[in-house]
Design a protein around this ligand. Sequence first.
Ligand code: RIB
Ligand code: CA
Length: 384
Amino acid sequence: MRTKNSERGSLRREFIKRASVGAAALLNPALIRANGGELNMYTQEERNGKPRRVIIDTDPGTDDALAVFLALRSPELKVEAITPVAGNVPLSLTLPNALRLVEIAGRTDIPVAAGADRPLKRRLVTAAYAHGENGLGGVQFPEPKVRPVNERAPALIDRIVRDAPGEISIIAIGPLTNLALAFHENPQLPRMLAGITLMGGSLSGGNVTPAAEFNMYVDPEAAQAVFRSGVPITMVGLDATRHAALSEEHISTLEKSSDPVAHAAGQITRAVMNHSRKAGYSSGPVMHDSLAVATFLDPSLVKLQEYYVEIETQGEFTAGETLGYRRAPVRRSAPFEDSAAGESAAETFQPNCKAALDVDAGRFFSLLIGRLTGTQTAVPAGRV
Ligand code: RIB
Ligand code: CA
């Protein structure tokens, strides 16, 4: 997706201005069941046992690959679309990688729509050092035969959500550029979403800088817009995902499987494990994105805590930091001498997300490996 630079520039400036206002959109209570003031997703009973409809926004990406496979292997989900974004590697790779994933899984019925090829306001910083030059650990899968749909990701997201207000959730496992663009182009969208479960952020230090986790680091302005949108957010950050590293046994189980999805997952994670070993790391590939999908499937897998999270966008060294407040006052930095009268601290605590602080790793891997190898179809113990 490319727009003229001048158009992008004015779009971005306008969007940043609007997003910086940051007033959380009033959610339409009719769309989301309120329960004692806490916004909840629809429960299974309210969906009459129907699969939960999701859009996966992703930057495949080695851990994205296993996350997408897990979603496609979960009968509780109906994946309505996959929307690649630039992140781990450029869009020119995340797009065909997403197409490869639906082909490997035999799900070419799912529309794949190209998203943003760069962040809203910054130059793209990729993570090929961690995901390989091709984004899949260097494993060579055949060129995809299936084509992307002829629709931009923000437009596809808007169309699907608008056709089913309150029914669609987003599972976002890359930089949040596509979502932020969709919200900018369609201001009504946040009110129509059931919720967002995202992999990103950290309340205990980053993995790109000491402050910022990669998905937030790449596009802090997009993340700020999403966290200020008013949509109920479940933030699955490094606080939980850093405890979700695959073991040699997990990888070996995947490699030995005759299931094409499991075998592909085994090839990818073996490549990452070999790269980690060569780089002197002892732990295995961390399944950041799969834990976001698993948390959507079964929130009881993680320990969730309500936070008010703001995204740092001005820091020379801290842009992309997810700053979590557990109580009021929500203070800003001390005002400069020459700045306008500083905004007073927010005296009331209004959480904008539930953050995952820990994980039951044993249950998580049982779900992940079991579903990828086709040996675990039981619905997880939690609320789905
Ligand atoms: O920080 C981890 C996140 O950044 C994961 O989504 C990984 O795929 C990378 O995008
Ligand atoms: Ca990712």
